[in-house]
Write a protein that binds this ligand. Structure first.
Ligand SMILES: [Fe+2]
Length: 385
């Protein structure tokens, strides 16, 4: 029987559609008078978005300050710097424009602006409570789903660890999702970020914390990504569906959190600068294979949803494994860790590091021992068939 007991908290106003960036002024004017535009170092300036957003806000008499120093995998230092600027300038709202990095940094800055201190003081297991200044998130990749989540993933550069700021107050008030901005996304980043979204959807789906609504969002997100990822990869004008699927997956993980794939992937990003979505893509098929015996019914439901004919759960697992591998091959995803130049001697370090992401490991449907994890990392090292 279906377990009909759940909590689903989704307070974000979502505005989706081409050209909707134009609505930024209108949306912002009810939230504040002085915005901090938080963005990365290149993309927003290169394509004229900084000037465009600034002009749209100023038209509504909103004062604009700019913090365009967010690096990929933003550090505590960057967030603290942004927080200081926000407090000094009496900012009353954050507008985060970019991929996960800009949105996650923007969330951290919003916390510091309202509550003070250093961002290190707010990372999990602490939970952000109390008000933060309102955030408008504008995602420019088809991956993180951060525009609708209560998570901000930041990097402790000294310890080379990914740490998370968590709490309902950091969920953006408005998500402005305008697929036009994806036209500038390079092909490889389109693939990597879409695989991050696919990973979110699959992990939400099999997560121990999964529930009826997150399951629906995850199933549809998976279907849309596997159906449309190839055309989106090839044609920058056909990425609207991927933007939508990434949003759905974000709503799903906001309810469930992520599992072992994210937990084991963080090492590659923190130690080898491997893109977060690529790291997840590499582990995803092997995680599916490992989790299969614990999620039999879910796999059957997923196969049915994707209209893949299967005889039993093992057949479903092997067909889904193959489908993911074929997609990754088609999109130029490297085969495995070996191909990326990681040394086999590093496997133990990867395993040790992954086990420290206890929250992810505990949220995995199948209990995972050190031995299990070692096997999965070794398979990922050797790579997809
Ligand atoms: Fe992710």
């Amino acid at each position: 029987m279906m377990n009909l007991e759940f909590l689903f908290h989704m307070p974000t106003k979502i505005i989706f559609g081409r050209g909707n960036l134009e609505k930024i002024g209108e949306e912002a004017k009810s939230l504040g008078k002085h915005a901090l535009l938080v963005t990365g170092r290149k993309f927003a300036r290169k394509y004229g978005y900084i000037n465009r957003i600034k002009a749209l806000l100023e038209k509504e008499n909103i004062k604009v300050s700019i913090f365009d120093r967010v690096e990929p995998n933003p550090s505590f230092e960057t967030v603290n710097e942004g927080g200081e600027l926000a407090r000094k300038e009496n900012i009353d709202m954050v507008i985060a424009f970019g991929g996960g990095s800009a949105m996650d940094a923007g969330k951290g800055i919003a916390v510091l602006c309202a509550q003070g201190g250093k961002i290190e003081e707010y990372v999990y297991p602490s939970i952000v409570k109390g008000e933060v200044i309102p955030i408008i998130a504008i995602p420019t990749t088809c991956g993180t789903g951060s525009e609708v989540t209560r998570y901000a993933v930041l990097t402790d550069t000294k310890r080379r660890k990914k740490l998370t700021v968590v709490g309902y107050p950091i969920i953006p008030k408005v998500a402005l999702v305008d697929p036009e901005v994806l036209e500038h996304l390079p092909k490889n980043l389109t693939a990597y970020t879409a695989f991050d979204a696919l990973s979110h959807a699959l992990e939400a789906y099999w997560s121990k914390a999964s529930q009826p609504i997150s399951d629906l969002l995850a199933l549809e997100s998976i279907r849309l990504i596997v159906t449309h990822i190839r055309e989106g990869y090839e044609d920058p004008k056909k990425r609207d569906v991927l933007h939508y699927a990434s949003l759905l997956a974000g709503m799903a993980i906001n309810a469930t959190g992520t599992t072992m794939v994210h937990g084991v992937g963080y090492y590659l990003t923190a130690h080898h600068n491997i893109h977060h979505g690529l790291a997840n893509a590499l582990f995803l098929p092997f995680a599916l294979k490992f989790n299969a015996p614990t999620i039999k019914n879910k796999l059957l439901r997923l196969a049915k949803y994707l209209e893949i004919e299967v005889s039993n759960y093992e057949d479903a697992a092997s067909k889904l494994f193959k489908a993911i591998c074929e997609l990754e091959d088609a999109l130029g995803i490297p085969k495995g860790l070996k191909e990326l130049g990681i040394e086999e001697s590093e496997i133990d370090d990867i395993v040790r590091d992954a086990l420290e992401y206890e929250r992810n490991m505990k949220n995995n449907p199948r209990p995972i021992s050190e031995e299990d994890l070692k096997k999965i990392v070794l398979e990922t090292y050797r790579g997809r068939p």
